[in-house]
Each structure stands twice: as structure tokens, then as C-alpha cells.
Unconditional design. Structure first.
Lengths: 390, 135
């Protein structure tokens, strides 16, 4: 399977009080359309990933609103929602739309505008992406549910909090070099350890900020991109989805492993590559513990070993596989519906060789994104390859 | 968690007693929210079974940034309690200093005010305290 990436666009990821949800969508969307060199009328279908506009922004029908303001009417348009996996799901539907043969050119947008509300309100809205009615009756929140996973991981594999802190140090090293990132500062293990407690054992530097952003892609049939040899020849070569545990309390470490490992195994087979072939990876890490879990699920390390790469250098830019050179969600922030699309755009920039200075890997050819959502409910894997002259 | 008064009438009262859902197929007890089928074996015959209210704290976190309905209680402990009937319950652990909360502590359920709804409605439910009989 090959789906051409004709164009990409994204907004800065930060708090943007001067911009509305539609401003962000149009900024990213127009960027992708311009990069693709198409006109809005060439777009035949629009998938808009957005988690919480009803709550965050008091507006609904985000897909239809986006179609109007992007000027892609009368293309079909729909809003896509799958918790934090939303942007990746929008991408999956875009890929399916092309590979089905129904459409030649489609657009995928991910967007979230989270900072119009106070933190306590936004936290409550985010909690609705899990079982807010029953399980969260107990006082759990998203951070605290993941904190329980972190403590479990530490107990089972004998880790200290300092061991886990290396993941934040690595992400912030690169986030500081990404002009599109929300948090742009470097930190040490000691500074991670001293940062404010959010949900014990998770600390502030191990938790993503709430961010306003949008990212967009224009996808096309393989032949269309082949007909434009002047454009970077980057293709989506695998797209695989999975569901897992809906409840944080009954989500085991084995469940967390399977959430990525099963779709990743299918994706490697689909693309005809192996885990060892991957040069660059963007792995969901709204909380630091999720990065080692993702590294293990993708087959880059054995269960219980995924945290070591940030400490020994093997997941840094010149390591065996470069993980989260964008700074990850820990630095970019986690604009819920945008995140999966942003991961895709970041990897495509890497394969095009257009990532910002200081975070561009050395000539990568194969990249992967792993996005997850809900306590352990969504796993989404995409593989991308630069295929010049084939 | 924002709920309507009508939803409150559905959600609130069942939480006054501590219960799990026993599967007639595999016999395992699942948390109370598994109403439709056993998530372990798939059997859809489940019956409520009241729990004795004692268990062991097997995992915990301290919440410093609560959702709106728990505002004012922070920082508070939410634990995973493995009940003596071998079912996991997430619930607040109260009346204990944060530094004294430990994995392995024996705890028992107690009926408390859990939180406030957005219309001023008061939710009562089971929280847990250190079991004084366990020492």
C-alpha cells in the first residue's frame, strides 16, 4: 500500500488566545493545500479530527465548519473522534479513502483549541475521554490513571523515579530546538525530580501541557505523487488501528504492550519492513511513562527495557532509533485531536529533510508514528517511507 | 464529571453499597461498571454481589489537580484496592497522611461524601480508610 503525501501544514503548538479553533484549522489547512500545490476544489473528502469542541469551545459540527472555512465545499466532510487517538484516526480514514479507490485527493486535519477554559474545566472535559461516569467516580483523572500505570511499571521492573526522568530530559533537549513546540527549555534529571507533583509519581516535567494547535495533510493516490517528481516522494506505507482497555484500573502492563504491538506487527507486515529498519519514530507521550511503553510495543526494546534508551543514548538523534525528535507531547503539548496529525507531519518533515535545525536526523528513510488514546483504548500505527525513483 | 439531575438519580444510589459483578461463566468478579458482559470471558450473565468492604492497597496515586467535582479535596489519594473477594476497586483513601500511604496496607470501606455535582447535588459513596483491625 502506498498513499502519497502531497502536502503538510501545521500551526505553532502553544497557548494561542488570539486564535479560535477555526483560525487554527484554516492556518494549518491552507498550509497543507499550498504545500500540496492544489486548489481547495481538488479536495474530494475532508476528515477533521477533533475531540472536544463541544466542551472546549461550545461548538459542534467541526468537520462541516472546517469545510466551509477551508473552501473545500462541496467535498464530503466529517468530524472524527477517538479520544487522544483522534488525529491518527482521521489520518487512517484518509488513507482508507485513497486506498479504497473512491477518491484521488483527500485532506486530513487535526485540531484542538483547549485554552479557552480554566484548567479545572478543561481537566473535566479531558476526563470525558475515559469512563468519566463510572470509573472516574472514584476521583481518578487522566494523569492519575496513568500515574497508577507508572507506579505499576516501576514496581514490576524495579525502576526509580530518576530512571524514568531521563525520558523527559531527552524530550526537552529536542523540544527546546523545535520552534513549533509549546515548552522550549532543557532540563536535567534533578530538575525533573524537583518539578511540582501532578499525580504521584508523575511530576510536572513528565506531563504534557494543554495546547492550542492544528496540523493538516493532503493525501493522494500514489500515481499522482509519482507524476510530480519535483515533490518529496514520501508515502504512507502502512496504517493499522487497534482498540484495547477502556478502564485504567484494569489495564495491565501486558494490555499496554499489546495496544501497540498488535497493530505495529500488522503495520510492519503491511509495509514490508521490520522494527530494526525504522530510523525515526514519534511515540505518544502525553505522560513520560508512555514513551517507554511505546518503545517496547513497537519492538525497539524488550518489556521493562524501554526507558533505557533515553538514559544510554540509543533513542537520541544518533542512536539506534531516534524517538520523539520533535520533543514529543511532553514539549509540543497535546492538542488532543491534532496530536496524531502532528506526529505524522513531524515524521514527514524528517523524511523530507526539512525538520528544524538541531532536530533533523541524518537522512532518515523510514519513519513510524504511534498514537494512543483513552486509558488504553486506542492504538494507531502509521509507517512512512521516502521512496525516490521507485 | 458533569451529570444531569436525572443521571444523578441513576449513578448515585448504587454507589452507597460496595459491589462487584460476578460472572456466571468463569466465576470471576469484575468491578461494578461491567454491567453488560464479563470482560475476561465474554459471558453476558452477570449478577451483583455485595463486597465485605476489606482489602489491600495494591497501587495508589496522589491527585494534585482534581476535576471540578473533587475540587477542594486535593491533594487526595486514589488507590487501587484489591478486595478480599479478588476484585479491583479504584477509590479514595482518606484519613491518612500522604506519607503514610503504602502499598500493602490493609484498608476498609467507609461511607463518605464523595464529591459535589455541578447543581449542588451531593454524591455519597465508599471511600477507604486504614483498617484498624488489621494491625
Amino acid at each position: 500500500m502506498r498513499v502519497g503525501v502531497l502536502g503538510i501544514g501545521k500551526t505553532p503548538h502553544k497557548i494561542q488566545h488570539s486564535k479560535s479553533l477555526r483560525d487554527l484549522i484554516v492556518e494549518a489547512g491552507r498550509g497543507a493545500i499550498a504545500d500540496a500545490g492544489v486548489s481547495p476544489s481538488d479536495i474530494q473528502m475532508l476528515y477533521v479530527g477533533n475531540v472536544g469542541s463541544v466542551g472546549f469551545n461550545y461548538e459542534n459540527s467541526t468537520g462541516l465548519m472546517a469545510a466551509h472555512h477551508l473552501g473545500v465545499v462541496p467535498a464530503g466532510a466529517v468530524r472524527v473522534e477517538a479520544a487522544c487517538g483522534t488525529g491518527a484516526w482521521a489520518l487512517h480514514l484518509g488513507v482508507v479513502a485513497i486506498t479504497s479507490g473512491l477518491y484521488d485527493t483527500v485532506m486530513v486535519v487535526g485540531a484542538e483549541k483547549m485554552n479557552d477554559l480554566a484548567t479545572v474545566e478543561a481537566t473535566s472535559i479531558i476526563a470525558q475521554a475515559a469512563d468519566s461516569k463510572e470509573e472516574y467516580f472514584s476521583g481518578l483523572t487522566f494523569p492519575s490513571g496513568v500515574a497508577l500505570t507508572a507506579r505499576k511499571y516501576m514496581q514490576v521492573y524495579g525502576l526509580t523515579e530518576e530512571d524514568l526522568a531521563h525520558t523527559s530530559v531527552k524530550n526537552h533537549h529536542y523540544g527546546a530546538r523545535n520552534p513549533y513546540a509549546h515548552l522550549r527549555f532543557e532540563c536535567t534529571v534533578e530538575e525533573v525530580m524537583k518539578s511540582a507533583k501532578v499525580a504521584d509519581p508523575l511530576k510536572l516535567f513528565e506531563v504534557c501541557p494543554m495546547t492550542d494547535a492544528s496540523s493538516a495533510l493532503v493525501l493522494c493516490r500514489e500515481e499522482i505523487l509519482r507524476d510530480h517528481p519535483d515533490k518529496p516522494q514520501v508515502y504512507v506505507t502502512a496504517s493499522q488501528m487497534a482498540t484495547g482497555t477502556w478502564y485504567a484500573s484494569t489495564d495491565t502492563l501486558d494490555d499496554a504492550y499489546r495496544l501497540f504491538n498488535e497493530p505495529a506487527t500488522r503495520a510492519y507486515a503491511m509495509a514490508g519492513v521490520a522494527a530494526d529498519d525504522i530510523d525515526v519514530a514519534e511515540i505518544y507521550n502525553s505522560f513520560a511513562i508512555q514513551e517507554p511503553l511505546g518503545i517496547e510495543g513497537l519492538g525497539f526494546a524488550e518489556p521493562g527495557e524501554g526507558w533505557k534508551g533515553a538514559a544510554d543514548g540509543s533513542t537520541w538523534i544518533d542512536g539506534r532509533v531516534a524517538v520523539n525528535l520533535s520533543g514529543g507531547l511532553l514539549c509540543k503539548g497535546h492538542p488532543l485531536g491534532a496530536t496524531g496529525a502532528t506526529q505524522a507531519v513531524d515524521i514527514i518533515e524528517q523524511l523530507r529533510g526539512t525538520a528544524p535545525e538541531g532536530i533533523q536526523a541524518q537522512d532518515p528513510e523510514i519513519g513510524i508514528t504511534a498514537c494512543r488514546g483513552g486509558p488504553g483504548a486506542v492504538g494507531a500505527i502509521h509507517i512512512y517511507q521516502r521512496l525516490e525513483g521507485e | 464529571m458533569t451529570v444531569s439531575a436525572i443521571e444523578f438519580s441513576r449513578l448515585g444510589p448504587p454507589k452507597l453499597r460496595l459491589y462487584g459483578m460476578r460472572c456466571s461463566g468463569c466465576g470471576d468478579i469484575s468491578p461494578w461498571w461491567e454491567k453488560f458482559h464479563c470482560y475476561k470471558c465474554g459471558n453476558d450473565k452477570l449478577t451483583e454481589v455485595f463486597l465485605d468492604g476489606r482489602g489491600t492497597l495494591t497501587n495508589y496515586t496522589v491527585v494534585y489537580y482534581p476535576p471540578r467535582d473533587f475540587l477542594g479535596q486535593e491533594p487526595y489519594v486514589v488507590g487501587h484496592i484489591t478486595m478480599d473477594e479478588d476484585v479491583l476497586m479504584p477509590a479514595p483513601v482518606v484519613d491518612t497522611a500522604l506519607e503514610d500511604v503504602q502499598v500493602g496496607t490493609r484498608v476498609k470501606a467507609t461511607l463518605r461524601r464523595m464529591k459535589l455535582g455541578h447543581e449542588g447535588d451531593i454524591y455519597y459513596s465508599q471511600k477507604f480508610v486504614v483498617d484498624p483491625d488489621a494491625a
